[in-house]
Design a protein around this ligand. Structure first.
Ligand code: PBG
Length: 316
């Protein structure tokens, strides 16, 4: 135990350091002015209008958090999710304003249809099957529209086969070779997405997402998906959720030579927040333990709603 006898020696031999540079903070942006609307199952996370989002990003910037991930919250839903690629769409407007004010921040946009489609699904159904070509066409339109306004990375989260290839092609054709793709490559059909779906009002109206998201009992399917994603041109691959999938993160880190991002998702976040409120956990200690474990498993980047708190704690 001599290597653990005091803080100094423990710090000297600590193998894993969480750094603010590893963090990506997600935000939900919505239409309107001066809006900061709470979400019931998602403590301290809000729907923000662009003016309030810019204030938040000012804080992010001061805390030296290098990157943000933007989701649009839209009341305008239709069968195909057409508002998602609209020039006057909420994400498009937000991206433009953010880039004007904060050109240095790494701006990542989520690319999916589920928040904009009336049925809440990530793809377009033709009868009981997904029309993959049409879905890829629409996903590419979204990615292109975000790039048009200045996104640094697009992050396709629909888990549609070929989404990276389709998006890469369209971006390159339009001269956006310098826009990166952070692919949600190993995204599992998980029970940890509850607060997020409340936020986007995107619970599927029929069935579930098991037709396109991965089965949580499978490692090989996840590895295959990540391999394809890299082959198709993903710059960064993502594993999601994080905490119940540390084994997948670890294997991915050993096997692949692109940066690995892990998404510490909404349900993981809210579990810790509510648990801390009930004094089951010391909030700071449990969050640092969880995020360090995600890093130790092999994540280079961590997308987490705790990013602001963590940045403050790491500063001290
Ligand atoms: C779907 C999407 C999901 C999340 C981000 N994009 C999950 C889903 O509804 O299947 C989850 C993020 C979180 O829970 O924090 N496009």
């Amino acid at each position: 135990m001599l290597l653990r006898k005091n803080e100094t020696i423990r710090k000297m031999i600590s193998e894993t350091q969480l750094k603010v540079e590893n963090l990506i903070m997600p935000f939900f942006v919505t239409e309107g002015i001066n809006i900061k609307k709470p979400i019931k199952c998602f403590p301290k996370i809000f729907h923000l209008s662009i003016d309030n989002l810019l204030k938040e990003i000012e804080e992010i910037d001061k805390l030296n958090i290098p990157a943000i991930l933007i989701f649009g919250v839209s009341g305008k839903k239709d069968k195909i999710g057409s508002y998602s690629w609209s020039k006057s769409g909420i994400v498009q407007k937000a991206v433009k304003e953010i880039k004007l004010r904060f050109p240095e921040i790494i701006l990542i946009t989520d690319v999916c249809l589920c928040g904009y489609k009336s049925d809440g699904h990530c793809g377009i159904f033709n009868g009981s099957e997904i029309d993959i070509n049409l879905t890829l066409k629409y996903l590419s339109k979204i990615a292109l529209s975000h790039s048009d306004y200045g996104a640094d990375f697009v992050a396709p989260s629909a888990m549609m086969a070929g989404q990276v290839k389709a998006i890469r092609n369209v971006l390159n054709k339009n001269g956006f070779n310098n826009v990166g793709i952070l692919d949600y490559s190993a995204k599992f059909a998980s029970n940890f997405y509850g607060p997020f779906r409340e936020s986007l009002n995107s619970n599927p109206k029929f069935g579930d997402r098991k037709m396109y998201q991965l089965d949580y009992s499978n490692t090989n399917a996840a590895l295959k998906r990540m391999e394809e994603s890299i082959k198709e041109g993903a710059d960064i691959i993502m594993i999601k959720p994080a905490l119940a999938y540390l084994d997948i993160i670890k294997i991915a880190k050993q096997k692949f030579n692109v940066p690995i991002a892990a998404y510490n998702v909404s349900g993981e976040y809210s579990m810790v927040k509510f648990g801390s409120e009930k004094h089951i956990f010391n909030e700071k200690n449990i969050i640092l333990e969880i995020l360090t474990a995600i890093k130790r498993a092999g994540a280079d980047l961590i997308i987490t709603y705790h990013a602001k708190d963590v940045a403050r704690w790491l500063k001290k």
